[in-house]
Design a binder for this molecule. Structure first.
Ligand code: HEM
Length: 185
């Protein structure tokens, strides 16, 4: 935890550019609305989440299903399976891996908005076909933010929280666009 806190204070106190003075850390990328500092924070802290990408992915969805038990039937094979059993299910792991690696691609593509947009549209179309709702995504965001705060202690730093919130919003903007084009009313 000490290492994480020192890292956060290093990044936010303005020293992050010390080794690379050419970077304007406060410049906002018009495509994502994120500053260079926010992007660096998100990519660096995601590396910490990735240290236990499987465990964190399963935890994310178990917490999501606790919050939204009505969303479990979206996953046909999970219907009727108790949450504690799901926690150890390879099927849940297979799905959460897909989600976590998709998030990994989102983070990795923050500097390539066109590629990011295409990827998000596709993801939205796939979820629209499954009738996943925007509200389910928004509830997953609440759970994801809580998980990040628990894992990264970013609750100590409002700016870090804002960086992550904005990143998820960027992802959802593209996903929701794709969902709207696909969902049958
Ligand atoms: C950050 C949010 C999310 C990301 C990045 C994400 C990503 C993915 C990916 C990459 C796949 C596999 C590829 C595909 O078939 O599209 C997938 C499958 C799926 N997702 Fe999501 N997803 C998210 C949120 C949700 C939510 C909120 C729900 C429903 C409540 C959901 C339901 C599903 C279902 C039912 C599948 C198919 C699973 C299967 O066939 O076993 N996803 N998701």
């Amino acid at each position: 935890m000490g290492i994480i806190l020192s890292y956060l204070s290093y990044l936010w106190n303005g020293d992050a550019g010390a080794a690379a003075p050419a970077i304007d850390w406060d410049r906002t990328d018009p495509a994502t609305g994120l500053t260079a500092r926010q992007k660096k924070f998100v990519t660096d802290t995601w590396e910490l989440v990735k240290k236990d990408i499987k465990g964190n992915g399963v935890e994310l969805f178990i917490r999501f299903f606790e919050r939204r038990p009505d969303a479990v039937p979206r996953f046909r094979s999970f219907v009727g399976v108790p949450l504690e059993e799901l926690r150890h299910s390879k099927r849940l792991l297979a799905h959460t891996n897909s989600v976590m690696y998709a998030l990994d691609s989102v983070v990795a593509s923050l500097d390539d908005p066109e590629c990011l947009h295409e990827m998000l549209l596709k993801m939205g179309e796939n979820h629209g076909r499954r009738r996943v709702t925007e509200q389910e995504f928004l509830d997953l965001k609440v759970v994801l933010m809580d998980l990040l705060k628990d894992k990264l202690d970013i609750h100590l730093n409002e700016e870090g929280e804002e960086a992550w919130s904005k990143t998820i919003d960027v992802a959802y903007k593209g996903i929701f666009e794709g969902m709207k084009s696909e969902v049958v009313q």
